[in-house]
Design a protein around this ligand. Structure first.
Ligand SMILES: [Zn+2]
Ligand SMILES: [Zn+2]
Length: 256
């Protein structure tokens, strides 16, 4: 069984709607938009593997706080999986000893809190029996989507992306994919903004779905929280034989 629990599934924060963090197992999380406000101390200590899709704030927001939390509880180290480029962006702009200390040297260079594990597009890696295939998606900064496999179960996860033939091609070439988490950030009314920021509207998602060569279950996420009702209304008007379900925080997406 493969299960993803969205701790936060929005493209920003508002009231109880939280930025992106997806728990793939108790020890593996994709992005750190909301782990600190979603998990208790024991659950946080269980996280050993953090996958970062890109450097945007709604995805890395809790990473510095999480590093501080792990160090202050006795140097519980963890591994950050991302590309070399994104790693450099995170080091240059967050852990630069100005915005936040360099946790790749704390408490010591030999035994740091954060260990980076560089990953490459199209080269799969495994963590505790779950395989991740990193896919380059089309966003305003370098950004990762994933095909995630556990046993015979598969989920495709778009990350932040605009219209992206690479993501569509990966789905079409793998018949085991029947469940897709696909970002849908803005309502149709704001298509210009979606295009400029390389995100999707429901109408743009509908265009992507027409390119998929089989029926899949689609879980939409990364909705701007203040525009949620409008985005969901637009999503309901999509004419597609596929089942489209807006993601809900803490409600697992399960494939078995
Ligand atoms: Zn985002
Ligand atoms: Zn982004």
């Amino acid at each position: 069984m493969l299960s993803i629990v969205p701790l936060g599934c929005y493209g920003s924060d508002l009231e109880n709607k939280k930025s992106i963090s997806m728990l793939v197992s108790p020890s593996i999380v994709i992005d750190t938009g909301s782990i600190m406000s979603s998990l208790d101390t024991d659950q946080l200590l269980a996280i050993k593997h953090v996958i970062i899709t890109h450097c945007h704030f709604d995805h890395v927001k809790n990473l510095p706080i999480f590093a501080d939390f792990m160090l202050s509880l006795g140097n519980h180290s963890f591994t950050v999986y991302t590309t070399e480029n994104i790693m450099t962006q995170i080091m240059d702009h967050i852990f630069n000893d100005l915005v936040w200390p360099d946790f790749t040297r704390l408490p010591s260079r030999k035994s740091p809190t954060i260990k980076f594990q560089p990953i490459r597009f199209d080269e799969p890696f495994s963590i505790e029996g779950t395989e991740f295939l990193p896919i380059e998606v089309d966003h305003v900064v370098e950004s990762l989507g994933f095909i995630i496999r556990h046993g015979g179960d598969t989920i495709a996860y778009s990350g932040d992306t605009g219209i992206c033939s690479n993501f569509v091609d990966h789905i079409n070439s793998d018949p085991s994919i029947k469940t897709i988490c696909w970002e849908t950030s803005f309502p149709n009314r704001l298509e210009k903004l979606a295009t400029a920021s390389k995100h999707l509207t429901p109408a743009m998602l509908a265009g992507e779905l027409e390119k998929i060569n089989r029926h899949c279950e689609i879980h939409t996420f990364h909705l701007k929280p203040n525009l949620e009702d409008e985005i969901i209304a637009d999503t309901k008007s999509i004419k597609s034989p596929m089942k489209i379900i807006p993601m809900k925080q803490k409600r697992p997406i399960t494939v078995s």
